[in-house]
Design a binder for this molecule. Structure first.
Ligand code: UTP
Length: 408
């Protein structure tokens, strides 16, 4: 793309200010900048802001979860079916590690964070240890796809290599990068963080399957006849990955998708909640859950929307391929974004000053014709690390890990 083409593209989206420092730039910077402009989808900004302002009203109704006692009654069948699928190589895992971990505030990818007390214990190490419980039981490795972003790819790849993949077979680990999205001010005007660079960040965890296809790794899935993908977050250090019970239950119950859920700690806990939206399985974000829904009771007097997702999903590959071109809704998120002020000086805001644009994996659930909310025990499977201290933090995760017999 040359300067005139860039100017024309930006004018179309009323973002011409992006080129205000172009004359000051060296040739190499100009080239990089033009490349960024060329590869950016500016349409996302208007689409997202419009969607934020006219939210579609949906009819939300409860969905039934498969609860602990029911799982327990059929645990042998579920386990056997799940383990068989793993032994047959029909299941792979997808680790979402492209996020910025801004709340944790550590330098570098979240997975390299050391939560050890008496010895190093990295988040990636916890995840791989959990996965290896299953590969040891099955007697074979499972393909593990790791999603990174431009912001953390190199560090993630070299960290895992340096640590010898914590004992995992490197031939079964595949890295791919997600896409980025630009950040704007609250009027929708793109922010620059350098004279030759638009402020940008990973575009949310919703684009993982498209990015996997674009990377060419879909061939690994096809060549190995992988039928199920267990997609999970990097920050839950307790979760069971490729859990035979979960896989077996989803298969046995004839569902095309499964979501691990926990009973909510309180009606206003900040987790997405499983429900039916206009009759389809779906996840309603905590900020969309009205007081009325929060307090609705089922026929037994229990909260009707009582199961929160823990970002551990099982998706069948056949459906993923069918829906891969379907557009996910864009979400606008208020964040602190460093940017150049009107005098070209870099400012680092203390309060959210900008919008970031993201698609979310939870919106994929709605695209599946069926979904099994699968209950797990919170104290055994849910220790997300979002913050340094307090709720969902390094401190709370350490406590839970120790309770589960992990030496830190
Ligand atoms: P979060 O929504 O908690 O975001 O991600 P985050 O980036 O880790 O943390 P904050 O909000 O900046 O503090 C949930 C999961 O989705 C992944 C994260 O790496 C985490 O595993 N994720 C998030 C991506 O892979 N890409 C993204 O663009 C965003």
């Amino acid at each position: 793309m040359n300067y005139n083409e860039a100017k024309e593209k930006l004018e179309k989206y009323s973002q011409s200010h992006v080129l205000q420092y172009y004359d000051d730039l060296c040739d190499a910077c100009r080239n990089e900048f033009l490349k960024q402009i060329d590869s950016t989808d500016f349409g996302v900004i208007d689409t997202s802001i419009k969607a934020m302002n006219d939210k579609k009203q949906s009819v939300i109704t409860p969905i039934k979860a498969l609860q602990l006692d029911e799982i327990n009654n059929k645990k042998d069948t579920y386990y056997e079916t799940g383990l068989k699928a793993i032994k047959n190589g029909e299941t792979a895992a997808v680790l979402l590690a492209g996020g910025m971990g801004t709340r944790l505030g550590a330098d570098g990818p979240k997975g390299i964070y050391d939560i050890g007390e008496t010895k190093p214990k990295y988040i990636f190490e916890c995840i791989i240890n959990n996965l290896m419980d299953v590969t040891n039981a099955a007697g074979n490795f499972i393909h593990l796809f790791v999603m990174t972003s431009d912001k953390n790819h190199e560090v993630t790849v070299s960290f895992l290599k340096e640590h010898n993949y914590f004992g995992y077979d490197e031939n079964y680990i595949h890295f791919f990068k997600q896409e980025m999205a630009v950040a704007t001010d609250t009027e929708g005007k793109i922010l620059l963080d350098k004279k030759c660079h638009m402020a940008n960040s990973p575009n949310g965890n919703g684009g993982w399957f498209i990015s996997l296809i674009k990377s060419g790794l879909i061939n690994v899935i096809k060549d190995n006849n992988i039928k199920w993908l267990n997609v999970f977050a990097v920050d839950n250090v307790l979760q069971r990955i490729c859990d035979p019970l979960f896989i077996g239950a989803t298969i046995e119950e004839g569902k095309s998708c499964g979501a691990k859920v926990v009973k909510k700690a309180s009606p206003d806990e900040k987790v997405g909640v499983m429900c039916l939206k206009d009759g389809n399985p779906s996840v309603v974000e905590y900020y969309e859950l009205t007081e009325e829904l929060m307090n609705t009771k089922d026929e037994n007097g229990d909260p009707a929307y009582n199961f929160g997702v823990i970002l551990n999903y099982l998706f069948d590959v056949a459906t993923l391929e069918k829906i891969s071109n379907a557009a996910l809704p864009w979400h606008v998120v208020s964040k602190k974004v460093p940017h150049l002020d009107n005098n070209g000086k870099l400012v680092k805001p203390e309060e959210p000053n900008a919008y970031k644009y993201e698609t979310l994996i939870l919106d994929m659930v709605e695209m599946f014709d069926s979904c099994l909310p699968f209950e797990v025990i919170r104290e055994k499977e849910f220790a997300p690390i979002k913050n340094k201290t307090g709720v969902d933090s390094v401190d709370s995760a350490r406590e839970l890990l120790k309770k589960n017999g992990v030496t830190l």
